[in-house]
Design a protein around this ligand. Structure first.
Ligand SMILES: *[C@@H]1O[C@H](CO)[C@@H](O)[C@H](O)[C@H]1NC(C)=O
Ligand SMILES: *[C@@H]1O[C@H](CO)[C@@H](O)[C@H](O)[C@H]1NC(C)=O
Ligand SMILES: *[C@@H]1O[C@H](CO)[C@@H](O)[C@H](O)[C@H]1NC(C)=O
Ligand SMILES: *[C@@H]1O[C@H](CO)[C@@H](O)[C@H](O)[C@H]1NC(C)=O
Ligand SMILES: *[C@@H]1O[C@H](CO)[C@@H](O)[C@H](O)[C@H]1NC(C)=O
Ligand SMILES: *[C@@H]1O[C@H](CO)[C@@H](O)[C@H](O)[C@H]1NC(C)=O
Ligand SMILES: *[C@@H]1O[C@H](CO)[C@@H](O)[C@H](O)[C@H]1NC(C)=O
Ligand SMILES: *[C@@H]1O[C@H](CO)[C@@H](O)[C@H](O)[C@H]1NC(C)=O
Ligand SMILES: *[C@@H]1O[C@H](CO)[C@@H](O)[C@H](O)[C@H]1NC(C)=O
Length: 521
């Protein structure tokens, strides 16, 4: 008989009636439990996605939110903050105008991170833009210094710059930032093809019904851009007709009147206005027009004085409306819902400031304003108002995604197998300890239990010495693994044959040395 280097163990069926149903039920229950746990803890993996709305992305996992967090902590969705560098351009989720970030700082007493002072970038994570204050609006008129295409649209042109301070409240408290918007209805890179048509520059999108306020803001800005530029041209033509030197360029600096804190925008004292105009006298000579040209300096930074005295060049009223339109459009675009002074969220004010639209529409050059060209109330548009704004940017997010079905099956199957095997080991250990240890005869192999009847007569002459016991050996062996009962029955049937081999070996001295540790079956 050949003896292999490998060996197998003997088994006996458990003598308990309840064991099979308990094991079957337990198997099904624990398979379901382990599968569920493994699915929660291993079924998902993090994948990188880009998101425009990180708060929604983080909250958009309806299943997982109800799962125990200790299982899913590895696969929680997260979004990184973005850093908006100084000088970067961005727009809000109203998708209207574009802004440049110019300063970022954390004010004293602004929360955990306060006192850090000037920062190189704005750390941003979809925070609502708050507390915006338009510090000033500057309108720069120019003629000969613009490109020929720009002059073809309009001899004079204007660049309207709006300087605003806003803040966001993030995890580290308040961060303030300065931003600049630049509006030129006929920018230097405009193509010639838009002549005699609405240009739609500077605004990224428009919607007459859904974003009515911004639609009117764009109309008001482009209308008064064209109207005031054309008025500069009329004034220049009159000067030329009288052989007087004309204005080459000029700037008007509008700033809120902090002395008398006016919130009624129709009041001419709402803005104060400082200005410089360059009068080109030819042969390189030029003059400056400034408030002191007309009288006492401080009296002629007052718009009401300038309008009342019709000071040259008399574009004060038109430029004032253009500045107020820019002021209101920026506040609307930045989502300042509770701004007290805003033409675009007040039907009465909007009606007042669009009253001259038909007159203005007939006093323009070749840059046609729009989209609205009639007074508010005579055209269809949606309700006025604005919603809170966030800076529109893309975030890198890590979101859980279910593994592919094949991979999921294997990872759950392997993990289930490990768990079930461990459970089976524990269960058998418990059963063996609780029920079998107390009855040592249950550890005898079946054949040994029949020993008194069969072996005594057959083998006595071969081995008359010690009484043969398989007890200890078999108990150890049986711990090793569960075998189907069919197999044990099989071994029981061929028991007499195996027994004879075993007994013959046990007689030999070398196998006696090994004792019970090795399974000689
Ligand atoms: C912009 O985002 C804010 C905050 O999510 C939201 O309340 C507002 O409705 C959005 N506005 C637009 C025009 O989508
Ligand atoms: C998005 O989440 C951040 C951090 O939780 C919060 O500061 C911000 O206000 C949220 N934005 C919106 C629009 O709800
Ligand atoms: C918040 O401030 C702490 C220091 O107090 C800093 O380490 C952390 O990076 C800041 N977090 C953000 C998002 O700015
Ligand atoms: C932000 O702008 C305001 C007004 O223009 C200015 O007074 C302030 O100094 C600016 N902030 C920084 C940090 O430069
Ligand atoms: C304006 O918004 C409405 C409502 O969202 C939409 O049905 C319409 O198509 C939009 N119009 C334009 C020109 O995008
Ligand atoms: C035209 O120019 C003359 C001379 O400068 C001035 O007296 C007159 O008021 C101007 N007319 C208009 C309509 O501006
Ligand atoms: C604003 O001022 C104008 C006159 O300048 C006046 O007719 C109007 O009633 C005022 N509006 C409010 C709300 O006070
Ligand atoms: C400037 O205005 C003040 C009052 O507003 C007035 O008393 C003064 O006479 C004015 N000066 C000139 C030169 O008009
Ligand atoms: C509209 O035009 C009239 C007359 O030209 C003028 O008195 C009024 O101030 C203008 N209104 C606005 C808002 O410019």
């Amino acid at each position: 008989m050949h003896a292999s280097a490998f060996s197998y163990s003997l088994t006996r069926p458990y003598p308990f009636r309840w064991l099979t149903p308990v094991v079957t039920l337990g198997f099904v229950l624990f398979l379901a439990l382990f599968s569920a746990i493994n699915y929660m803890s291993n079924g998902y993996q993090l994948v990188v996605v880009q998101s425009a709305n990180p708060n929604a992305t983080v909250q958009d996992n309806p299943w997982m939110r109800h799962w125990p967090s200790f299982l899913t902590s590895k696969v929680q969705p997260t979004c990184q903050t973005v850093n908006l560098a100084l000088g970067s351009e961005w727009f809000t989720n109203q998708t209207a105008m574009t802004y440049t970030l110019t300063d970022v700082w954390q004010p004293e007493g602004g929360g955990a991170g306060a006192g850090y002072g000037v920062a190189p970038s704005l750390t941003y994570s979809s925070n609502v833009i708050e507390d915006c204050r338009v510090n000033s609006v500057e309108v720069d008129y120019a003629a000969m210094d613009r490109t020929a295409i720009q002059m073809a649209y309009s001899e004079y042109g204007a660049v309207v710059r709006t300087y605003t301070t806003c803040s966001v409240i993030g995890v580290n408290g308040t961060t303030n930032f300065n931003l600049t918007n630049e509006y030129d209805y006929v920018p230097s890179d405009l193509s010639f093809s838009g002549l005699y048509s609405f240009l739609g520059t500077n605004f990224l999108s428009r919607n007459q019904t859904r974003k009515s306020s911004l639609w009117w803001g764009e109309s008001l800005m482009s209308m008064y851009w064209s109207f005031s530029s054309a008025k500069m041209q009329t004034i220049r033509e009159n000067q030329t007709a009288y052989n007087q030197p004309a204005i080459r360029k000029g700037t008007l600096y509008f700033y809120p009147n902090d002395d008398v804190k006016i919130t009624n925008m129709t009041d001419p004292r709402f803005f104060e206005c400082n200005f410089r105009f360059v009068v080109d006298k030819g042969q390189g000579a030029y003059d400056f027009l400034m408030p002191s040209t007309y009288g006492e300096y401080s009296n002629y930074t007052s718009l009401s004085n300038l309008i009342a005295s019709q000071a040259y060049p008399n574009i004060w009223q038109e430029a004032d409306v253009l500045a107020k339109a820019a002021y209101s459009t920026v506040l609307t675009d930045l989502g300042q819902v509770d701004a007290r002074s805003n033409i675009l969220t007040d039907p009465g004010l909007l009606s007042y400031y669009t009253a001259n639209f038909s007159e203005a529409r007939h006093n323009i050059a070749n840059a046609y304003p729009g989209p609205a060209d009639q007074q508010y109330g005579t055209m269809n548009s949606g309700p006025l108002g604005t919603t809170p704004s966030v800076i529109s940017t893309k975030y890198i997010c890590q979101v859980p995604q279910r593994k592919p079905a094949g991979m999921l099956f294997w990872s759950i199957a392997v993990a289930d197998l490990v768990f079930l095997q461990a459970l089976w080991f524990i269960f058998r250990f418990g059963v063996d300890t609780l029920f079998l240890r107390r009855h040592p005869e249950r550890n005898y192999c079946e054949g040994c239990m029949e020993q008194p009847r069969t072996t005594s007569s057959m083998y006595r002459e071969v081995s008359p010495g010690p009484t043969l016991r398989c007890g200890k050996e078999d108990a150890e062996v049986e711990m090793g693994g569960l075998r189907p009962s069919a197999r044990s029955r099989e071994s029981g049937r061929s028991g007499s044959h195996l027994r004879s081999i075993s007994q013959q070996r046990l007689i030999g001295p070398e196998s006696m040395d090994i004792g019970g540790r090795r399974n000689e079956y």
